[in-house]
Design a protein around this ligand. Sequence first.
Ligand code: CP3
Length: 355
Amino acid sequence: MSSASEPVSSATRFVRACLRQPVDRTPVWFLRQAGRYMREYMEVRKHHSLLEICKNPDLAAEVTITAAEKLDVDAAIIFADLLLPLECMGLDFEFQAGEGPVIHKPIRSAADVDALITTRASQLEYVAEAIRKVVAHFHDQLGIIGFCGAPFTLASYMIEGGGSRNYIETKQLMYRRPDAWRRLLDKLVVVLREFAAQQVAAGADVIQIFDSWAGALAIPDYRDFVLDATRTLVREVQGLGVPVIYFGVDTASLLPAMRETGADVLGLDWRTPLDQAWRGLDYACALQGNLDPITLFAEPELIRNRVHSILDQAAGRPGHIFNLGHGIVPGTPVENVQAVVKFVREYAPSEARHG
Ligand code: CP3
């Protein structure tokens, strides 16, 4: 615990928690904290497409800053999208209303993998430029989170051409063309490392790696086909001098294997109780999570109970970052998101039970 006379900035609190160092209170931020549930974002969206916002550093910074200030969170995640690196690798895509992303010519063969370009990551500098603007606004006060996709989740979009239920094309390539699969993941790691390096150079304090769909994998498949490339990416990003948060959904059984990537923090979905997950990991990393985002549609009293229950499970152990188990969905009442921040703050943290 730092002493009461020594004010701690949100940035310090957030980074210290990522490194499992003691903090004065649990830091809090939200997955998809800037998004369609927020009036200010929808106002910007009226005039600009999602990709226009991502590629315009002034707009991306504005959306990032507005959300972080409105919610009074400890960290701001840069407004961008997981799929941006696909474009510089030679795959065009668009966001179709109501359908999510559509990749025009998905990868289906070894030749398609070989055609991917890995030397144009500099085209992604607009994200770093937006980070510079956010840093200039918050200085060292707020934690600044950069992010990228994980090799598996990005490969699945490249191969399926969009979201998927069963990942048949992805797993087929993985099982039947393991050499092409490995080359694909290796190429992604080259680009993602460079993308992360740009964000860190611009001032990102932490990088979150989203493996949103890793939960589709059985443990042996994750170990045989995904773990090595992911571990390489995690290590390379840590080598840039920042902690890494590695996040996935539906990952209860995968957590020990995910831990082997060496990530500083694992992002936990809401299906696994936090205390059980942490014990299962021998407390060997920090945890971020894990309120069900749909709880935000409940009455404040129930929300408070759930928030405090998660904090009870963390039990003051260094290395917990409060968040949702997945992103805020459209239609979520903003005041309930703000209430969560209040409930985290009012939780009596003083006697850490693990000190
Ligand atoms: O505040 C923040 O969290 C930062 C912004 C952010 C966006 N995408 C903007 C966005 C972040 C962190 C992402 C990451 C992302 N993008 C992920 C991983 C996170 C997760 O949810 O697991 C994924 C899988 C994507 C790909 C993607 N982008 C999909 C599948 C969709 C469509 C989803 C839908 O609900 O329509 C998007 C679109 C998208 N990216 C939106 C936002 C705010 C919503 C669409 C819009 O504004 O038009």
